[in-house]
Design a protein around this ligand. Sequence first.
Ligand SMILES: [Zn+2]
Length: 348
Amino acid sequence: MNVPSPSDVPLRETEIRPDHLRRGQEERFAADIRRLMQRKGEFVDVACPACDARHAHGGFEKYGLTYARCGGCGTVYVCPRPGPDILAWYYAASENYAYWNRVLFPASEEVRRERIFRPRAERVADICRRHGVPGGVLVEVGAGFGTFGEEVRKLSCFDRVIAIEPTPDLAETCRRKGLEVIEKPVEQVRIDDQSVDVVASFEVLEHLFSPRDFLQHCAALLSPGGLLILTCPNIRGFDLLVLEALSDTVDVEHLNYFHPDSLAQLVSACGFEVLESMTPGQLDAELVRKKALAGAIDLSAQPFLKHILIDAWERAGSAFQRFLADNRLSSHMWLVARKPVGGSHARA
Ligand SMILES: [Zn+2]
């Protein structure tokens, strides 16, 4: 039999972000950006979120924000940046999020379930098996619509799945799906009645004022020997390296752009033992190709990229993307770490 399973068919961006709905999102996002930038005078300077260095050079500008590149570790980070109070104010009244919640996610949830959340749940189960954590309690921090929670529950490999989701509308959606929900920010959560074997957080770290504080709260939730599983963008991935400020991943909501080494450095400083990092992304090549086709970048001086992404796309595009994913060169990154038995051994 040579019938491809859904996960063998390359994911296409329009499946999860239909073009006609994207335009509605872009208008609302532009309004959000204008609102946020009215408070730019209140933004605060920060050190590198990965290594704490304060010397940055290079980097780039977008939307009136500075994306500084750490001179120590190469992490890119927004500096100055909105503080936690401004971020809470921004998200609470975000037109983009309201549109995402009301229109975009519901319109694409089933495709996302098949193409993103089910494979994500299977990958988490595989990671846990490989690292000797075959079940127990899984906590997802920032559960959103609860689709991952639903999918991981279907695998029946965890005794209990808990969704931490502080946004009231999203927490309600999780509850309607029958998930056990804690409607609080992670820093206020205590789970005393049972040990936590896995803390997972998908695409959250890049949004946070202080990833270090967040990871320390994750460490406090986990039992010794438990696993931390994170995903976030990789600034050394193909689409971010080629497109830099032109990448749609670079936006005002994403304040932190780690790479595998700098994220490992931060996670280690928060007391974890890093077990593995990987970049199983599927969209880098397509995202760069679309920017080239739209005229946003010029590949005429990049004959190799032009050949792969345009001329030989049908034949070589998928294989090229697999090469990126297999060699930690995709912009979509996973990191797995363990909380050491015997307590955290390092301090930031
Ligand atoms: Zn740094």
